[in-house]
Ligand binder design. Structure first.
Ligand code: PBG
Length: 353
């Protein structure tokens, strides 16, 4: 109802109704010409509702345990696995570009993988080394670590595998050891991406009991069993290893209400921030989560999204830079607080001009 008592017929506006938003009383054309505000760059800038800055970006980065400085990832043109030394330089670059944080993922030598993902909590392993090197080089940059076993297991699953089943509670024990090791190495944010039930609460109480009370948790709260992770598994060297799929722990792409339950649980268990993953195919979920919980909600623009833009760009089928920035802007428009993305350094450079 409008203040004058007349009911509003504009169905498309009525659908967007929220308690804080009044329905604008639009004058009919030609009194209203929406194109007036689009006539010049300055007017478009003046009325733009959301904007993207380097502060919105979390740099998704893969490190490896070899000596080679940079190793290209075939399915992700422009992406390279970095040595620990290069990662430290990249942290400095992140700081200089105004990128607040880096999410670091490991690619380890296959010989170090086993059924239990033992290497995941090695205090002298690749992740500990990378975190320390990056925090030494640029302490002002936040470091976020993935809590999950898949880069370390010979079967490529995020949890322990027994007779074809992923064990929930036994996996959590491993994740706690991994998360504590990461926090003790200096990680600022733990990001459990494993999708076991109860892992956020278990991690939070382990951090509390070890006096690591300032360590943040960004949970991969609504993480879907997605085809868009393909190139990542190539990047961390788990694609050949992976037996079967991850559908018994990652979410079914058809579900929304379940995503809200996942997010609600993670918040109740002590998550400081939540994430929706993948990104672009799940913008509706981001919007729902932001509206329902008013929590800092992040989108992960995953490897497959990156690969699609780069592949089409490389063929000259789309304008790669514009598509990249538009895809990132879309997350802000959907309500995301920020985006975890492989494009972070490139996008930041363009944004700061
Ligand atoms: C695994 C993990 C995955 C990603 C981040 N952590 C892949 C998976 O669940 O198989 C995906 C990242 C990407 O595709 O960019 N714990």
């Amino acid at each position: 109802m409008r203040p004058d008592g007349q009911s509003v017929k504009a169905v498309s506006f009525a659908k967007l109704e929220s308690p804080t938003m009044a329905i604008p009383p639009l004058a009919p054309y030609p009194a209203t010409r929406l194109r007036r505000l689009r006539q010049a760059d300055w007017t478009r800038k003046m009325v733009r509702e959301t904007s993207l800055t380097p502060n919105d970006l979390i740099w998704s980065m893969v490190v490896h345990d070899g000596q080679e400085a940079r190793i290209p990832v075939a399915s992700m043109p422009g992406m390279e696995r970095l040595s620990v030394k290069e990662a430290a330089k990249a942290a400095v670059q992140a700081r200089d570009l105004g990128i607040p944080a880096i999410a670091v993922f490991p690619h380890i030598d296959g010989a170090k993988k086993d059924g239990y993902g033992t290497e995941a909590h090695n205090p002298n392993g690749l992740i500990a080394d990378a975190v320390k090197a990056m925090k030494d080089a640029a302490p002002e940059v936040g470091i976020m670590c993935d809590v999950a076993l898949d880069p370390f297991t010979d079967h490529g699953h995020d949890g322990l595998l027994e007779n074809g089943r992923i064990l929930n509670d036994a996996t959590i024990e491993r994740l706690i050891a991994q998360g504590l090791m990461q926090a003790e190495a200096g990680a600022d944010i733990l990001a459990p991406s494993d999708m076991m039930d109860g892992r956020v609460g278990a991690l939070r109480s382990a951090l509390e009991s070890h006096g690591l009370t300032d360590v943040m948790i960004m949970s991969y709260a609504a993480k879907y069993a997605s085809a868009f992770y393909g190139p990542y598994r190539d990047a961390i060297g788990s694609s050949k290893a992976l037996q079967g799929d991850k559908k018994t722990y990652q979410m079914d792409p058809g579900n929304t209400e379940e995503a809200l339950r996942e997010v609600a649980l993670d918040i109740a268990e002590g998550a400081d921030m939540v994430m929706v993953k993948p990104g672009m195919p799940y913008l509706d979920i981001i919007r729902r989560v932001v509206e329902a919980f008013a929590m800092p909600t992040f989108a992960f623009q995953v490897s497959g999204e990156y690969a699609m833009i780069m592949a089409a760009g490389g063929k000259g089928w789309i304008d790669e830079e514009r598509a990249m920035l538009e895809s990132l802007q879309a997350f802000k428009r959907a309500g995301a607080a920020g985006i975890i993305t492989y494009f972070a350094p490139r996008a930041a450079k363009l944004l700061i001009g």
